[in-house]
Design a protein around this ligand. Structure first.
Ligand code: SF4
Length: 361
């Protein structure tokens, strides 16, 4: 089979036709501005100049982890000996403060703490929901679900029952990393497998619930691994329709054990956003998570297919441990002004993408 030529690829995208694996990989051969133009047209066709964000608060209640992912700077280890596990009172106090500041969502992701117990994990969600019934609880990555199921001898269905009973509204997209088994084995051996990650989201979607999906890139993976990752998500989305957003996460290089020879250029990052927009034609939103891409690149990503910049987050511990400048979040006014100044229309959304507030400026 001959490699798809540039003209044919562009025509196919312009005609709204779906691209296959080979064509997806060939997209990296297009020049950056052509890719940006193609991805922008798709984005504008759906959302015009709107850029979505939410007012949220990230909570990372423990960094004690029984897993040892090479890329991780967050878990307590010999590089980060400062272990912590918050009490429910501490978690509730953070949620209360976030609510006070206008947050509509708490995004709760933890390490895999074998000492804490399942009641500690689920009890925190229950208490937040009891205290603040209208605060959206986005919690437990598929990696955490897999960990808690294994530790407690539960099936994924049983875990999902418990999550719903405890007030979890939606699932974050973390733990997906890169689905290619060989790369996954190298960067995070022992953690939830790709098949398990997809199966947990499949089951969650079958319960009528929604989730997001991430991809960690810019480490030891190759371009074809990213395309493979996107296509596995596209296939599951065809079946369930439960993913709201795809979130490419740029690998953070500090304080971890992964040896990376070459980091992606800004051009490579922007191409990856644009290709995600083109290939993932059935996942509605593409999020440029400013925490890992930098604010500047996230704003630029709006011209490369991204329609969502995540949120104000208020505080973040996982990516900032690896060098991201996100430890204290971003004030709402700054967030809105940055989107405006980059030529887009800031739209505050809820966790499931209902529009709440359009900042006309
Ligand atoms: S990425 Fe998550 S599972 Fe892996 S070591 Fe870090 S905290 Fe643990």
């Amino acid at each position: 089979m001959t490699a798809p030529n540039e003209r044919e690829l562009i025509e196919k995208i312009e005609a709204g036709e779906r691209l296959n694996r080979e064509e997806g990989t060939a997209l990296y051969g297009l020049d950056l501005l052509t890719l940006g133009e193609l991805a922008s047209r798709i984005r504008e066709g759906r959302y015009g100049r709107k850029s979505y964000f939410n007012i949220n608060r990230h909570i990372n209640p423990t960094n004690v982890c029984k897993d040892v992912c090479k890329f991780c700077a967050y878990s307590a280890s010999r590089k980060n000996p400062n272990q912590y596990t918050m009490s429910h009172e501490e978690i509730l106090a953070i949620a209360a403060e976030a609510r006070e500041r206008g947050a509509k969502e708490v995004h709760i992701v933890s390490a895999h703490n074998p000492e804490a117990g399942i009641d500690w994990y689920l009890g925190a969600f229950r208490k937040i929901k009891e205290a603040f019934p209208d605060l959206h609880v986005k919690a437990l990555t598929a990696a955490e679900v897999n960990f808690l199921a294994r530790e407690n001898g539960l099936s994924y269905e049983e875990m999902i029952d418990l999550m719903i009973e405890s007030g979890v509204d939606s699932m974050p997209g973390g733990g997906a990393e890169i689905f290619d088994e060989e790369v996954r084995d190298y960067i995070c051996k022992g953690k939830v497998s790709s098949e398990e990650w997809l199966e947990i989201h499949r089951l969650w979607h079958r319960r009528g619930r929604q989730s997001n999906a991430t991809m960690l890139f810019g480490h030891v993976e190759k371009r074809e691994h990213r395309i493979d990752h996107m296509l596995r998500l596209r296939e599951l989305q065809e079946e369930t329709g439960g993913f709201n957003a795809f979130i490419p996460l740029v690998y953070q290089r500090e304080n971890n054990f992964l040896r990376v020879e070459e980091f992606p250029t800004a051009q490579e990052i922007l191409k990856t956003y644009a290709i995600s927009r083109i290939l993932l034609d059935n996942i509605p939103h593409l999020k440029a998570y400013w925490v890992t891409s930098t604010v500047g690149l996230a704003l630029l990503a709006q011209e490369f297919g991204a329609d969502d910049l995540d949120g104000t987050i208020q505080k973040e511990s996982i990516q900032s441990a690896a060098g991201a400048a996100s430890a204290s979040g971003m004030p709402l006014e700054d967030f809105v002004a940055l989107i405006h100044n980059s030529g887009f229309l800031p739209v505050e959304r809820d966790s499931l993408y209902h529009e709440l507030n359009v900042y006309e400026g």
